[in-house]
Design a protein around this ligand. Structure first.
Ligand SMILES: [Zn+2]
Length: 445
């Protein structure tokens, strides 16, 4: 009864003008959010157990009676993984009629993960994103230009919905080369620019050479950024660059930065966040359960991102608690200027290049401006390094249109680094993708 009432109030609050929503949510008692989360968790769990063949089968096999589960931690070692989505196909997770779908590419396998949603879910995600963007200062008179990639990616769809609620001018350029964007953007006088962080860095380098225009803020999604690269973007435009954190599986944003740029304010109304196993500093893999999805709910989905839940209040005063800046990934995938890359990507670009099956390792670095992907390959002296590099780039162009497009847009450097045979593997297992970028850790809270 009480939960129903809170839920109705919440629905009303999310439908208010963004400035009223922020004010209202800021004074909501924490117990109300807790009660709402628990009720929504129970409902989601029952829905999944009744209608999704994947969850029904998993719970049956493990002897889990969902009627007795009140909190995600009571599910013990049960989790949903990206591998489950690929192996069982998205249809096994469906609990309702889908209106749309998006994909997440790269990851650890060439098979994309597909995730289904309804228009209602899209609309609700748009409303909460609008509240977050309002909090960052975006208003109806602002002019938004987005360079988000519209191909199967969830973020432009959510942004489109959010700007509708904010009622501001919005043009979608798509992920076109930064120099083309630069030339065409000026006609619209955008004072808010959305794009992937590595793309924004390249755009900013161009703008430094050719001149800027007044910009209120820039917003990046889809990958992490070093504080050094953020500083380049901010100093060129003399405006802040804010980042969001999310996944296609979560339907976009799980959290977004505020003006403090000190972790991501998380959406506890729509997700139940956990870090079940943490180190002494509190860092562990982020696991989330969706709370308001009825087409393809996910129970305890393993994000593969290492972070910390920050429950202390933020200096900005917003009610929402935070997720600390992502420290690393738990799998061997890297999200960088090249795109979402895992070992299989490099296996493909090396196909018929190092035919003798020599060892290799991809090392992701950052040179202060952009990401550098170094492919270390063990070569004997008879191999000619420029020939190898040419063959690798030919494979990249032929097999990975998106990665090639990013290469041509200079969003990353790509180098082949020859190594002595036998020099790479000094342990039992060779880590194929080594991310050496120093992502700035959050300031102490
Ligand atoms: Zn804050």
């Amino acid at each position: 009864m009480l939960t129903k009432m809170i839920e109705q109030i919440e629905r009303m609050v999310l439908r208010m003008e963004p400035h009223r929503s922020v004010r209202f949510l800021n004074v909501s008692p924490p117990w109300a959010i807790d009660a709402l989360q628990r009720a929504r968790f129970r409902r989601t769990l029952r829905l999944a157990a009744e209608r999704s063949s994947f969850y029904r089968e998993q719970f049956r096999k493990r002897g889990i009676d969902v009627r007795r589960i009140e909190h995600p931690s009571q599910l013990g070692d049960f989790y949903t993984t990206g591998e489950d989505l690929r192996q069982h196909s998205a249809e096994a997770f469906l609990t309702g009629r889908a209106d749309t779908a998006f994909e997440t590419t790269g990851t650890t396998s060439p098979i994309p993960k597909r995730v289904f949603f309804s228009q209602r879910e899209l609309s609700e995600m748009g409303r909460t994103s609008a509240i977050g963007l309002y909090h960052l200062g975006i208003r109806a008179h602002d002019r938004v230009l987005s360079a988000y990639d519209c191909s199967f990616w969830v973020s432009p769809a959510v942004l489109r919905m959010a700007v509708q609620f904010l009622d501001c001018f919005h043009v979608e350029a798509g992920k076109i080369p930064p120099h083309e964007f630069y030339e065409r953007a000026r006609a619209y006088k955008p004072n808010v620019i959305f794009g992937e962080p590595s793309w924004l860095v390249r755009l900013s380098e161009l703008a430094r050479e050719r001149g800027t225009w007044p910009v209120k803020l820039l917003f990046g999604g889809g990958e992490n950024i070093t504080e050094e690269a953020r500083h380049i973007v901010e100093s060129v435009w003399n405006a802040p660059l804010y980042l969001s954190y999310g996944q296609t599986e979560s339907f976009g944003t799980l959290g977004a930065e505020c003006e403090r740029q000190d972790g991501y304010h998380r959406n506890d109304l729509f997700f139940f966040f956990e870090t079940p196993e943490t180190d002494v500093e509190g860092y562990g893999e982020l696991v989330y359960t969706t709370l308001v999805r009825d087409v393809m709910p996910l129970i305890r989905y393993r994000s593969t991102d290492l972070t910390r839940l920050v429950d202390e209040p933020c200096e900005c005063g917003l009610f929402a608690k935070r997720i600390a800046k992502i420290q690393a990934r738990t799998d061997e995938m890297a999200v960088c200027g090249m795109g979402n890359v895992g070992p299989w990507v490099f296996e493909e670009v090396l196909r018929n290049v190092n035919g003798h099956g020599a060892d290799w390792q991809a090392v992701i670095k950052h040179d202060g401006k952009r990401d550098v992907v170094e492919l270390h390959i063990e070569l004997d002296h008879s191999n000619h390094q420029p020939d190898i590099e040419r063959a690798v780039l030919d494979n990249l162009r032929a097999g990975f249109a998106d990665f090639w497009k990013n290469y041509e847009m200079k969003l990353y450097e790509f180098r082949v680094v020859p190594c002595e045979p036998g020099s790479l593997r000094n342990g039992r297992k060779l880590k194929r993708v080594l991310d050496q970028r120093q992502m700035a850790l959050p300031r102490v809270v």
